[in-house]
Design a protein. Sequence first.
Lengths: 130, 130
Amino acid sequence: MSIPLPGKPVRGSKTGKPIMALLDLLGRTWALGIIWHLSQGPATFRELQQRCEKISPTLLNTRLKELKALQLIASQDQGYMLTEQGLSLFKIICPLGEWSKQWALAVYPNTNLLELESDQSIHPCIAPCA
Amino acid sequence: MSIPLPGKPVRGSKTGKPIMALLDLLGRTWALGIIWHLSQGPATFRELQQRCEKISPTLLNTRLKELKALQLIASQDQGYMLTEQGLSLFKIICPLGEWSKQWALAVYPNTNLLELESDQSIHPCIAPCA
DNA sequence: CCACTTGCTACTAAAACTGTAGCGGAGTAC
DNA sequence: GTACTCCGCTACAGTTTTAGTAGCAAGTGG
């Protein structure tokens, strides 16, 4: 799948409006998940594989290349990590963690959130969102 | 593809943590796009097809069913529209519109944003985010 | 009845994703 | 050297999802 560059046509829009490129990117399997898991801190390839439980290395590598090309993540000594850009994006979607809990309650009134508590992602840099 | 119910295992997580169900849902092709376009106001099936430029009716219908089952959208006289839940989700992701513009500039320093301006989504109910 | 629109299904082809195996390189240990 | 381990990553076959087009059944208006 080609990288959804803002300014070029993407899946779902011929115009290449930035928001469409972004929605294309984020709408790809695991893209959001990778950002989410990386927000916990830098990770090596294999560690990221573990955080994502079931991602295949093929796909992980594909997504990593895309995210890197679009400057949301970067790789260095400690492995992969969010860039400034990536972090600022994460700050926007971070509230989804809390939102999803109240959503779960609405969809399934007797969800036991205590059981499901521990997956919240807390980036060291942005405690206030936790 | 089965509907990612919070509380049940989903793509990418056996635990069914709400955030994982949500990321699964939003990571499906067009899910974010549909929410985004619906934020412009209610739309009939065919109108939604047009807003989404290139979505196939098969997939549109599949996504609509999922989003409806998860209470993010509802259908009534005027067609499909965001529910309260859906709107509150949109409020979170709404800043992506602005974010994507500065991102486009970072990725492509000479993007002409004036050309790409008009796709911002402005729901009547939430002017402040525009 | 006919013409026209709407929501949606059917079907095939193309593309994306999964799952497993394993390569080549780097480090460390003998 | 060679044997071990771990790492990032690729190859490839099989499955699932998505795209793209055609068109049906139901409703509306003449």
